[in-house]
Design a protein around this ligand. Structure first.
Ligand SMILES: C[S@@+](CC[C@H](N)C(=O)[O-])C[C@H]1O[C@@H](n2cnc3c(N)ncnc32)[C@H](O)[C@@H]1O
Length: 296
C-alpha cells in the first residue's frame, strides 16, 4: 500500500468531512522530503488533528520517533486511540498551541510538519508566529514543511446553494479564508519573515476530497452545513440538499473516477531549512541594501 493510496474507511467525523484531502497532502509532503527520515530523526506532527502526518510517516518508517501535538483534546484522543489500534511505537502526544511550542527547546526536531495548521481563527499574525516556532524547535540541518490551501473549490457549491434558497441574503461562510492567505507567495513570506531567510521553497500540490458515491460526498460535506446555512429552517434545508448536490456535480473539478466521487482541490507545500546561519542572512540583506543606498 503506497501512502497516497491509503484509504481507510472514513471512521470519524473528521475523516468524513475532509474526505482524505489532508491525508493526500501529508503523503505528498513526505514523498520528496529532504533531509530524508532516518533512524535518528525526531518528527513533530504539529496541529496533528487525528494524526494524518503521523500515519503517513509510520507507513514509510514504522520505527520513526514522532511527537503529535494539537490544541484540541478530542483530536489527541483520536491520536491516542490510533496509537493503540494501529500499534504505533514511539509516538507521543501533547496539547500545545502551534504558536507557542513551549514544551520543546530549541533544536529538538529534525522534521516539523504543519499540515493545514498555519491559520488560527482570530489571529491574523498566526502564520509568522507558527513558522517562527517551527524554526526555533528545529535542529540545524532540519526542515519545516507547512501546507496551506490554494483553492478548496467546494465552498462555492455551498454559497451558490445559499443564493438559490435565500436569494436576498449574502451567503454565509464561516470558514472563509482571506484571498491573500491562499497565495503561494503568502506562505513563502511567512517562512521568510519567520527567519528562514532564503532557504525556502513553495510548490503546488493537488489533492481531492472524495467518497464512494456523489450522495455520500454530499452527505459528508453537509456535516458542516452550519458554517453556511446557520439558522435555516428544516424546510429550507430540505430544499437545499438537491440544489447542493447539483452544485457539487457541476464544480469544475468534480469527477467520478476509480469508483469514487471526487472534488479536486489545490494546496501549497512550503519548506524551510534551518541552516543555523539565519542571522547572517539578515545581516547580509541589511549590508547589501546599505551598499546599494550608498551607490544611489
Ligand atoms: C485542518 S486541521 C489539520 C489536521 C491535520 N494536520 C491533518 O493533516 O489533517 C487543523 C488542526 O489544527 C488544530 N488547531 C487549531 N488551532 C490550533 C492551535 N492554536 N494550536 C494547535 N492546534 C490547533 C485543530 O484542532 C485541527 O486539528
Amino acid at each position: 500500500m503506497t501512502p497516497s493510496h491509503s484509504h481507510p474507511s472514513y471512521s470519524s467525523y473528521y475523516e468524513r468531512v475532509t474526505g482524505n484531502c489532508t491525508r493526500l497532502v501529508a503523503a505528498q509532503m513526505l514523498s520528496t522530503i529532504s533531509p530524508p527520515i532516518i533512524s535518528s530523526s525526531y518528527i513533530l506532527d504539529n496541529a496533528c488533528g487525528p494524526g494524518m502526518v503521523t500515519e503517513q510517516v509510520k507507513l514509510l518508517h514504522p520505527d520513526a520517533r514522532i511527537m503529535a501535538t494539537d490544541l484540541a483534546p478530542a483530536m489527541l484522543e483520536q491520536v491516542q486511540q490510533r496509537i493503540e489500534r494501529e500499534g504505533w511505537s514511539d509516538v507521543q502526544s501533547d496539547i500545545l498551541d502551534v504558536r507557542d511550542l513551549k514544551s520543546f527547546g530549541e533544536g529538538t526536531f529534525s522534521h516539523v510538519f504543519t499540515n493545514f495548521g498555519l491559520l488560527v481563527p482570530g489571529d491574523a499574525e498566526a502564520g509568522v508566529k507558527v513558522a517562527r516556532e517551527c524554526l526555533r524547535v528545529l535542529r540545524v540541518g532540519g526542515v519545516a514543511v507547512i501546507s496551506t490551501w490554494a483553492d478548496r473549490v467546494w465552498p462555492s457549491a455551498f454559497c451558490n446553494t445559499a443564493r438559490a434558497i435565500r436569494p436576498h441574503e449574502d451567503p454565509q461562510n464561516s470558514i472563509a479564508i482571506k484571498p491573500e492567505w491562499m497565495r503561494g507567495s503568502w506562505l513563502m513570506t511567512q517562512l521568510e519573515n519567520a527567519g528562514f531567510g532564503n532557504d525556502v521553497e513553495v510548490r503546488p500540490c493537488l489533492t481531492y476530497t472524495s467518497a464512494p458515491t456523489l450522495d455520500e460526498l454530499v452527505d459528508n460535506l453537509l456535516l458542516i452545513k452550519e458554517m453556511f446555512f446557520k439558522g435555516y429552517s428544516d424546510e429550507e434545508l430540505e430544499r437545499a440538499r438537491p440544489v447542493f448536490r447539483e452544485e457539487v456535480r457541476e464544480l469544475r473539478t468534480f469527477e467520478e473516477r476509480d469508483g469514487e466521487a471526487r472534488i479536486g482541490m489545490k494546496a501549497w507545500i512550503g519548506m524551510g531549512w534551518k541552516r543555523g546561519n539565519e542571522g547572517r542572512f539578515l545581516r547580509d540583506v541589511v549590508i547589501c541594501s546599505m551598499e546599494t543606498d550608498e551607490r544611489l
